[in-house]
Design a protein around this ligand. Structure first.
Ligand code: GLA
Length: 375
């Protein structure tokens, strides 16, 4: 075929041919589909996942770059470089941009709650500092960030408050105060409380009580984030569903499924809290490390077909459940774009390889999603 016009027309025709439908469109009107992005993706050093992100996801969250220790290495001294790049990255690609997280005990600016001698600061000073930090960050991105995780992980599985420095200084008050500051800084912002293990009944009861307390004070909170760091053997799906509905029934709030990733590996713990493990010993002692990995990472990146099928079946059941409750669920946010990006690789010790996300290492959507794309 030598005719260049004919070749050009054929190429044009081929490029206009049917494209794989987009996941975000399949769920339109039900919930917003988002994914967390990491530093390398934000600064353009890792563009491998970009096309799948832009095609299938409607929103982004920052995996780390907006946590207080990242954005403010020392109290009051900000480094906006990455956070600005993150917001620009999202808006330049037409993605809805979310913020994570304003007040969290972990990855927290070291001197946020302490004076120069290392003692906890006074309640008055902490309130002032919280207001200063929240106002500064929220105001900077006003109108560009749709919603913030205002407080992250303040309640434990047994329903008691985490004894974080924020709690030690202000008691339960630090939570409504954080929401009040965020609301004042940007009245149009969506405000969320975000936590893991929301299938734990005592924890759920305490979160509901905390939300009701915020509401009783006339302070706004818009949704509760159920972190979706789940496993093949937890949580029980029915209980998770019941708890999603309880949030709506007992507080009127929506739920966001946040940080969704389901480890394909045997569970080591149900939360990111592995403080009881002796990592140094595991890292120092190759035999112990190997013995640990044999249990915690039996596949070493070669996931057997039946294991992948079981993962797809369970994730498919969760997705069906999310769709059944789309009247309550506002957003689903994966904690990473593809299996390459997941924090679960190398967690809790280096060398562990997981496959917890909806997009595999070849940047293909996993099989459980096929029915939604065929519709
Ligand atoms: C918590 C945080 C996230 C992330 C994960 C582990 O769930 O909310 O930002 O740090 O732990 O990666």
């Amino acid at each position: 075929m030598k005719n260049p016009i004919l070749i050009l027309s054929l190429l044009l025709l081929a490029s206009c041919g049917p494209k794989e439908p987009a996941l975000k469109d399949a769920f339109e009107g039900k919930f917003i589909l988002g994914a967390a992005v990491n530093t390398q993706q934000i600064n353009g050093k890792d563009t491998r996942g970009d096309s799948v992100l832009f095609r299938h996801f409607a929103a982004i969250e920052p995996e780390n770059c907006m946590k207080s220790a990242e954005i403010m290495p020392k109290f009051g001294q900000y480094d906006w470089t990455l956070a600005d790049q993150y917001v620009d990255f999202g808006s330049s690609h037409g993605l809805v941009v979310y913020g994570h997280c304003l007040i969290w005990h972990s990855q927290c600016t070291p001197d946020f709650c302490y004076d120069e001698c290392g003692s906890l600061i006074s309640p008055e000073l902490l309130k002032e500092r919280m207001k200063q930090h929240i106002t500064t960050v929220v105001t900077r991105y006003k109108g560009r960030i749709k919603g913030w995780d205002v407080v992250n992980e303040a309640i434990l599985e047994d329903g008691t408050y985490r004894k974080s420095p924020f709690y030690q200084i202000l008691g339960e008050e630090f939570i409504p105060w954080a929401f009040q500051c965020a609301q004042e800084a940007d009245p149009d912002l969506e405000l969320y409380y975000n936590d893991y293990s929301m299938h734990e009944p005592k924890k759920l009861d305490a979160v509901i009580k905390m939300v009701q307390d915020i509401q009783a004070r006339g302070i706004r909170i818009d949704a509760v984030g159920f972190q979706g760091h789940i496993g093949m053997d937890y949580p029980e799906l029915g209980l998770y569903e019941k708890h999603i509905r309880r949030i709506k029934e007992e507080t009127g709030l929506d739920v966001c499924i946040t940080e969704l990733d389901m480890s394909i590996l045997p569970s080591v713990t149900q939360s990111a809290d592995v403080s009881g493990m002796d990592f140094f010993e595991l890292m120092r002692n190759p035999d112990k490390r190997e013995a640990y990995l044999e249990k915690a990472d039996p596949y070493r990146g070669n996931f057997p077909e039946d294991v992948c099928a079981a993962w797809n079946e369970r994730m498919g059941q969760f997705l069906e459940m999310f769709l059944r409750n789309a009247d309550v669920i506002r957003r689903i946010n994966l904690w990473g774009v593809s299996d390459w990006d997941s924090w679960k690789n190398g967690w809790p010790i280096p060398g562990r390889q997981d496959a917890p996300l909806w997009v595999d290492r070849e940047f293909k959507l996993k099989p459980f999603l096929k029915p939604y794309l065929d519709e």
